[in-house]
Design a protein around this ligand. Structure first.
Ligand code: PLP
Length: 234
């Protein structure tokens, strides 16, 4: 077994343990493997070990990978999630190539993704990215604006709203992590009272996964703990 496959096995058992510790049913949390900056070979290793869902942050890099796998390894049936910031002039390749988008924070982006989603593909599965820390420097819509954006998205036929995503401030103490994640979870509950089909809470990364699971995450986004540290200098 490759080291990437071993890492996935280890993370998966960490997720199962976290679920069990807080009384959540096994497999209520899905693992999204964040492969940004990592080569095709690393993704292939993960996929050959059974990993299906991958997250990418950069449009061109992500599209190249999606195309490579649909052309060379269509049997693997990978699922691709766009999780990075979105500029409005880059929405088309995202709408044409990805299955999920976690990082919708403006109506204009939602509208463009809807208009550019090709007819032959199923609706794009989307999450609203929320800025739970309230810091101006962080991406995500404010909590106050979530419902307005949700109303717009639910009117768009080529998008399906599935829930919320956030990247909270990077803190190391468990209680602070838990507080930020619980805030998002309670917002997602309110959203699901209002809209049907809300079943996804994308939160938790390599450094704060356990708190995210305790707070109700259904999808953890793990990069470093699977593929190793990223080298942006290359
Ligand atoms: C890079 C990234 C991750 C993965 O972070 P790690 O700390 O490497 O696990 C998760 N979510 C988003 C939005 C990211 O950009």
């Amino acid at each position: 077994m490759s080291s990437i496959q071993q890492n996935i096995e280890q993370i998966t058992s960490q997720i199962r343990n976290a679920e069990q510790k807080c009384g959540r049913p096994p497999e209520s949390v899905q693992l999204l493997a964040v492969s940004k900056t990592k080569p095709i070979e690393a993704i292939l290793e993960a996929a050959q070990g059974g990993q299906v869902s991958f997250g990418e942050n950069y449009v061109q890099e992500g599209v190249d990978k999606v195309k490579h796998f649909s052309e060379q390894h269509s049997n693997l049936n990978l699922e691709w999630h766009f999780i990075g910031p979105i500029q409005s002039n880059k929405t088309r390749p995202i709408a044409e190539n990805f299955d999920w988008v976690h990082s919708i924070e403006r109506g204009k982006i939602a509208q463009r993704l809807n208009n550019q989603r090709p007819e032959h593909l199923p609706a794009l599965q989307v999450l609203i990215q929320v800025n739970t820390s309230g810091e101006d420097s962080k991406s995500g819509t404010s909590e106050a604006e979530v419902f307005e954006l949700a109303e717009l998205i639910s009117s768009l036929p080529n998008l399906t709203l599935r829930g919320l995503m956030s990247i909270p401030a990077n803190v190391s103490d468990y209680q602070s992590q838990l507080n930020a994640f619980s805030q998002l979870a309670s917002l997602n509950n309110k959203l699901s009272d209002k809209y049907s089909g809300i079943d996804t809470l994308s939160m938790g990364m390599s450094g704060d996964m356990d708190a995210a699971v305790e707070a109700g995450s259904t999808m953890v986004r793990i990069g470093t703990a699977i593929f190793g540290a990223r080298n942006y200098a290359k």
